[in-house]
Design a binder for this molecule. Structure first.
Ligand code: SAM
Length: 327
């Protein structure tokens, strides 16, 4: 069985946010203050949602947040998710800021995690602190990335959101980092999903600029990428090191979008830029059967937006910011 939306896109990729709390306050995501939270559900609720969705054709689950590793019980949650593989093919990944990863990488791998993506926006400790607004985080994250590699959570991807005035000069250092550390570094264009409302077209460091700057260091060769893969992929001309560029602003990939999201409070979101969400948890609370949940999910998928409207006159901000959606 496969979920297919009204534009013919197969929906195979689920992101579950297990908390909207975060221990970092990255400038492109949060304000410097603690904000209000939507809250979390018990893991048994997320597990039931995941089971129904896998039964409906989901083949990839990414656990996200907030910061998912803040949540006690996440290793056991991965172990329980792994059992859904009995229903069919299932790839399980986590996106984390990496602060707590050094101790958790091996237990997560043992529990059945396939892959990890670590967010890291500078390869310089001072710059890292300026962006995350957290002192001394850099060493923790670097240790987390290395532990993930040792644990075999392969390939380790490192996501770097570029925001003009903060880290565009980190592009070449990240190219070197990818080669030295054996990780895939992926640059992400800054999207208007932040709490501080600082996004403007000029703050976006585009795919073209990233390629131009990186080519001043070493020539890049484009590699073929999968249909629903968000990143354009490149390797360096000597074959050592890979980078990716996720360019939702300058080169939208909505036509290939295969994702839906569940927020930490149990709402389905069909697009990062949705102006509404769909309350799956409330339906569960009302005693719906698995079959009824699957029917609801099927109808929600039909309402998935065709595309985002970033940069257009009719653009309307999403009804939640990134930390409360789960990127
Ligand atoms: N705390 C985890 C982490 O740091 O990876 C998971 C949640 S975080 C919201 C997920 C991803 O969204 C991270 O890679 C982060 O860099 C990215 N992100 C957050 N705000 C963004 C924005 N305004 N534009 C683009 N990416 C953003």
């Amino acid at each position: 069985m496969t979920l297919i939306d009204k534009f013919g896109r197969p929906i195979t990729d689920l992101r579950i946010s297990i908390t909207d709390r975060c221990n970092y306050k990255c400038v492109y995501c949060r304000t410097g203050n603690e904000g209000a939270l939507y809250g979390d559900l018990t893991f048994s609720n997320y597990l039931r949602m995941a089971r129904v969705l896998v039964g409906s054709g989901i083949t990839k689950i990414r656990i996200t947040g907030g910061e998912p590793l803040l949540r006690n019980g996440v290793v056991e949650f991965v172990r329980q998710l792994s059992k859904l593989r009995l229903q069919g093919l299932l790839d399980i990944a986590i996106t984390t800021n990496g602060h707590l990863l050094a101790e958790m990488a091996q237990p997560l791998k043992d529990a059945g995690l396939n892959r990890v993506t670590v967010s890291m926006d500078a390869v310089d400790p001072d710059r890292f602190a300026r962006i995350t607004r957290i002192p001394n985080g850099y060493d923790h994250v670097l240790a987390g990335i290395r532990a993930a590699r040792r644990a075999g959570l392969w390939p380790v991807k490192v996501n770097c959101v570029l925001m003009r005035g903060f880290n565009e000069d980190q592009i070449i250092p990240f190219g070197m980092f990818a080669r030295e550390e054996g990780v895939i570094v992926r640059f992400i264009e800054f999207m208007p999903l932040e709490e501080d409302r600082v996004w403007a077209p000029e703050t976006v460091v585009t795919l073209e600029e990233i390629l131009r700057r990186m080519s001043e260091y070493r020539a890049l060769v484009e590699i073929a990428h999968g249909r629903s893969e968000t990143a354009r992929r490149y390797r360096f001309d000597d074959g050592i090191g890979e980078i990716g560029i996720i360019a939702p602003v300058s080169h939208p990939f909505c036509g290939q979008c295969s994702r839906i999201r569940i927020t930490s409070d149990g709402k389905i979101r069909t697009c990062l830029f949705s102006v509404w969400d769909h309350d799956l948890y409330e339906l569960m609370q009302r005693g719906a059967s698995d079959h009824e949940l699957a029917e609801f999910i099927g109808s929600v998928v039909q309402r998935k937006e065709e595309r985002h409207h970033i940069g257009e006159p009719d653009f309307v901000r999403a009804s939640r910011t990134m930390v409360h959606i789960g990127g």
